[in-house]
Design a binder for this molecule. Structure first.
Ligand code: CTP
Length: 408
């Protein structure tokens, strides 16, 4: 499998005589298995039509014109979120200057500013423009902002003389990009690991308009998904309804009920290295969902609901684990340690993240959490009250320290 397989690559093309070479770069990346989408600056559309890129990629191309004709969709932000890797080729002096100052005055620069994916910049311009102190200063700024810049080639320029500023040949650009990406990813602690995360509170429908649910916001699970991705994992997030934006760079599956979540987790589990059940799954669902809205009862005995237990997803999957590392959560309001220790063994878990959801700032809904990490062969560790991102980092690092990576 190539490092490019199913990788979401956004290629931003700015306008110059070398713009046409972006087509070959895209073709080579697609040949490697990447999914490529394109954003064009207005100048780029003067050199090559959006239709050429659209035909090649079989995907809509983001241009200013397209953004204006589709005001309902923030297309460039959607593209930014979709992106795993951003390649800016060719990057003109003008675009580099805009990027260096964080300008977002068109669809292409907005996409660049809005993505959190790693960015790779391939400048191409006249040699005097490249040597200009302003360009040198701007490129230096891009590097200190964390972008990676390819040095242009020396050769015949469009102006008819030899100089340093030519776009390297497409195969060279792709080889450079591949080695940069490998270096970026293989150094990461969860490189190559397939991590399955669940998040949010499931909803169990009573009738077409009512449901039973809980106060889970999904923030803890989403933080784990994001941090696992940043640590190099291939992440699948199975999410019940939340108000959170979908994290980028991951496979996202939306579910509503515990039964739907079970079915998706079961399907993904055999090809998973680490399962993290951060979802607040309903323990019970209505025995029957009423086909019509339940009417107010014409007596004063109230309304009794008949509930049926749902499948404990975590327990079921942990019971089937081969080499998977399985992490569960325990939300407790009393006797945290004894209840959590019982769950750890009863559910056959590798790691349990327990929190006292009755404590201030802990658990449901907030942006902070404090947890106790329990495992069979290691002493329990209680964290401070920290951001959910920081807790996610600690959970994943603890899993790695306890042998989660390399079990398979
Ligand atoms: N869980 C699950 N399927 C369920 C219920 C819970 O997979 N039907 C998972 C949760 O995602 C969590 C863990 O089990 O990782 C513990 O959930 P929690 O509600 O704390 O515990 P329960 O086992 O449901 O026990 P209780 O509600 O009695 O405390």
């Amino acid at each position: 499998m190539s490092i490019w397989t199913d990788r979401h690559v956004t290629v931003v093309v700015s306008g110059g005589i070398a713009s046409y070479k972006a087509l070959t770069v895209i073709r080579l990346l697609m040949h490697e298995g990447a999914q490529v989408r394109v954003a064009l600056t207005a100048h780029a559309t003067e050199f090559i039509t959006p239709l050429t890129f659209q035909t090649l990629t079989q995907q809509p191309v983001v241009t200013d014109e397209f953004t204006m004709t589709d005001p309902e969709h923030v297309v460039h932000v959607a593209l930014a979120d979709w992106t795993d890797v951003m390649l800016i080729v060719p990057a003109t002096a003008n675009l580099i200057a805009k990027m260096a100052t964080g300008l977002a005055d068109d669809a292409a620069t907005t996409t660049i500013l809005a993505t959190t994916a790693p960015k790779y910049v391939v400048p191409a311009m006249n040699s005097h423009m490249f040597a200009n102190p302003a360009t040198t200063r701007n490129l230096g700024q891009l590097v200190s902002d964390g972008m990676t810049v390819l040095d242009p080639a020396t050769g015949m320029l469009a102006e008819g003389y030899v100089g340093h500023g030519r776009l390297p040949e497409p195969p060279e650009i792709v080889a450079w990009l591949t080695s940069q990406l490998l270096a970026h990813e293989t150094g990461l602690p969860l490189h190559g690991q397939r991590v399955l995360v669940t998040a949010g509170g499931t909803r169990e429908m009573l009738d077409p308009v009512r449901y039973i649910s809980n106060r889970s916001s999904g923030k803890m699970g989403y933080a784990i998904a994001r941090v696992a991705r940043e640590m190099g994992a291939k992440v699948t997030l199975i999410s019940a309804q939340t108000a959170l934006p979908r994290p980028e760079g991951i496979t996202y599956i939306q579910v509503t009920t515990a039964a739907e979540m079970l079915s998706e987790v079961e399907q993904a589990f055999p090809t998973t290295d680490m399962l993290i059940m951060a979802a607040a799954v309903s323990d019970y669902r209505p025995a029957e969902m009423a086909a019509q809205k339940i009417k107010k009862q014409p007596n004063d005995h109230g309304l009794t609901l008949q509930l049926t237990e749902t499948t404990d997803i975590l327990k079921k999957l942990a019971g089937q684990k081969q080499a998977q590392f399985v992490i569960g959560f325990a939300a407790e309001t009393q006797q945290l340690l004894s209840n959590a220790t019982h769950k750890l063994t009863a559910k056959n878990l590798d790691l349990l993240v327990a929190n006292d959801v009755s404590a201030p700032g802990v658990g449901f809904n907030g942006d902070t959490n404090q947890v106790t990490l329990l495992s069979q062969h290691h002493a329990a560790v209680t964290t401070e009250l920290l951001s959910k991102e920081a807790i996610a980092q600690i959970v994943l690092e603890t899993a790695i320290a306890q042998g989660a990576v390399g079990k398979a």
